[in-house]
Design a binder for this molecule. Structure first.
Ligand code: NAD
Length: 240
């Protein structure tokens, strides 16, 4: 049976790789994000639907769910780095909005129609499981995402639906690239030294490939994970 899959933030990075992995399996994939060109670039060569929506906008999220999805991946997210004293209220609100409110809106709408056997998967982070000196807003938001996942998992358990989180460390995407540039500038390091600094908390000592994250998402969406519910699956080389 062809499953209907929704991936938010599908125009780049992890979301792009996840969307293509499902499409390559023969699933029917819809990707959403704010920029149509980025979505079309992801879909090139694949049979995917591209739909623009901002996950922080309730009406735009509701409009995505004109038919049920079997697997919904709340992947859109991000945030700026900085110590607490430099975090503006706008930065704080924007970080909570995309990571936490976005996941809430997407999961809530998904559940109105999700069939038994459905899967809700949040792209959380190692920052859902531990803090970091320069990511107070991002870590607060990603901890919130995990609280939501664990609660929804309890709610949907009897309906044959599961709700889980994937928690990557530093993955090779533009988001990690921004962290590498910031470290490079701040400590006057060349790129290799900045990468080494960024991944120093990962015992495997390297950036994570996006397809190592998509493999975890594919597992949580597979029949093999039918009894995995409310779980935070770290993809972080032993960091957690
Ligand atoms: P990315 O910046 O390439 O992807 C984030 C995507 O979300 C982008 O396509 C962006 O346009 C989209 N997005 C942002 N705000 C949005 C909004 N309001 N509405 C709709 N779409 C929006 O970076 P990525 O690394 O691929 O990040 C994907 C997810 O993985 C994020 O939730 C991020 O927090 C998480 N994550 C990333 C890393 C990492 O090191 N790259 C580590 C742990 C978790």
């Amino acid at each position: 049976m062809t499953r209907r899959i929704l991936v938010t933030g599908g125009g780049s990075g992890i979301g792009r790789v996840v969307a293509r992995a499902f499409a390559a399996e023969g699933d029917h994939v819809t990707i959403t994000g704010r920029r149509i060109k980025a979505l079309q670039d992801t879909a090139a060569g694949f049979d995917m639907d591209c739909r623009t929506a901002d996950v922080t906008d309730e009406a735009q999220v509701q409009a995505l769910f004109d038919a049920p999805f079997d697997v919904v991946i709340a992947n859109a997210g991000g945030g700026v780095a900085g110590k607490l004293r430099s975090v503006t209220l706008d930065d704080w609100n924007a970080t909570l909005a995309v990571n936490m409110t976005g996941t809430f809106l997407v999961f809530r709408e998904a559940l109105h129609q999700m069939p038994s056997g459905g899967r809700l998967i949040a792209m959380a982070s190692t920052a859902s499981l531990k803090g970091g000196a320069t990511i107070p807003a991002y870590a607060a938001a990603k901890h919130g995402v995990l609280g939501l996942v664990r609660s929804v998992a309890q709610e949907v358990a009897k309906k044959g639906i599961t709700c889980n989180a994937v928690c990557p460390g530093f993955v090779e995407t533009s988001l990690a690239e921004a962290a590498i540039s910031a470290v490079s500038k701040r400590f006057d390091l060349d790129r290799d030294a900045a990468i080494a600094e960024v991944v120093s908390g990962n015992p495997m000592g390297r950036l994570i490939a996006p397809d190592e994250v998509s493999a975890a998402v594919m597992f949580l969406a597979s029949p093999a994970a039918s009894m995995v519910n409310g779980h935070a699956l770290s993809v972080a080389g032993g960091e957690i």
